[in-house]
Write a protein that binds this ligand. Structure first.
Ligand SMILES: [Zn+2]
Length: 310
């Protein structure tokens, strides 16, 4: 029942159903589960056991030990996640989970955003603590993912000061604070993985986590490629980007496009602050107004983050 992820309470009622006079308390079940967990680890610490798993699976990883041979840092990313990261490299979200996990180390989660505005898991770093030097170690390894391609333009983090400080020399570009609903959804899923109680359970949840991720993104990209939003069907303005840009981006552009149509001499567009184009990588109302009078929208008007590739 432990493997089936039953709660101790449920295991206890099952046992008592078979034998009412069984002298057992909740604590016994916790203790037995802990023994099982130790047996599964075969004398290794959970983090060493994880490294062994990574060696056997499709992961890239780097780690560092202290003089006593204890793992102090572990960076890892699934090869599939590395591909996603290269494909959608313009925005990264980073956050450290404070919640105690079975590895008893802070965990830096790095998440990317696809052209469909959905998140995927890029890589992870276990660190001995959350000081600036720890984040420096983490970022040095995260940056390796971006060899040969441009570094992310925007990085969203929580307000962890050491992380923000470590960023400065590594990512001179824009860094933003923030939180989003996608981020919270991700954390909920991720906590399910890190709080797994046995290695088998961890592996099972972990595999589903990654396999699902790939399937979800692949099928979404395929579906969105076919799906060209209705508003764009009969509008020549969108003709050049048909099937090349995510529908999420097209909807955002169309919101701006409608503002242009509504503008009149009495009610002109407000002056351009440049912030919409800068933060979204999409043409603003002013740019759209100009495009409408020329060749219409072309792929180069849209940041490649929103392009549908592959
Ligand atoms: Zn503008």
């Amino acid at each position: 029942m432990t493997i089936a992820r039953s709660r101790p309470q449920e295991i206890m009622s099952a046992l008592l159903q078979n034998n009412l006079s069984m002298p057992i308390i909740n604590r016994d079940i916790y203790n037995i589960r802990e023994q099982l967990r130790q047996q599964n680890l075969a004398g290794r610490t959970p983090i060493q056991a994880l490294i062994n798993e990574l060696k056997e699976e499709d992961y890239i990883y780097e780690y560092e030990c202290d003089s006593a041979g204890c793992v102090v840092y572990l960076f890892f990313a699934h090869k599939e996640s590395v591909n996603f990261t290269c494909q959608y490299s313009s925005v990264l979200l980073m956050d450290c989970t404070y919640r105690t996990n079975k590895f008893k180390m802070p965990l830096l989660n790095v998440v990317g955003i696809t052209s469909l505005n959905t998140t995927f898991y890029s890589c992870f770093v276990f660190m001995k603590s959350e000081d600036e030097e720890d984040y420096m170690w983490a970022l040095t390894h995260i940056i390796h993912l971006f060899e040969g391609i441009s570094k992310p333009g925007i990085i969203v983090t929580d307000r962890e000061l050491s992380l923000m400080n470590a960023f400065k020399p590594k990512f001179p570009k824009e860094t933003e604070d923030g939180s989003s609903s996608e981020w919270n959804t991700f954390l909920a899923k991720w906590n399910e993985v890190v709080n797994s109680e046995t290695e088998d359970e961890f592996n099972k949840v972990w595999q589903t986590f990654l396999v699902n991720q790939k399937n979800e993104i692949d099928s979404m990209v395929a579906a969105k490629r076919i799906h060209f939003p209705v508003f764009a069907h009969n509008n020549q303005f969108y003709a050049n980007v048909r099937g090349k840009v995510s529908s999420f981006a097209l909807k955002k552009i169309n919101e701006e496009y409608k503002k242009v149509s509504r503008a009149t001499v009495q009610n002109p567009l407000p002056p351009c602050s440049g912030s919409f184009s800068r933060t979204m990588g999409l043409p603003c109302t002013h740019h759209i107004q100009h495009l409408e009078n020329s060749q219409g929208l072309i792929l180069e008007d849209i940041h490649m983050h929103w392009w549908i590739q592959g």
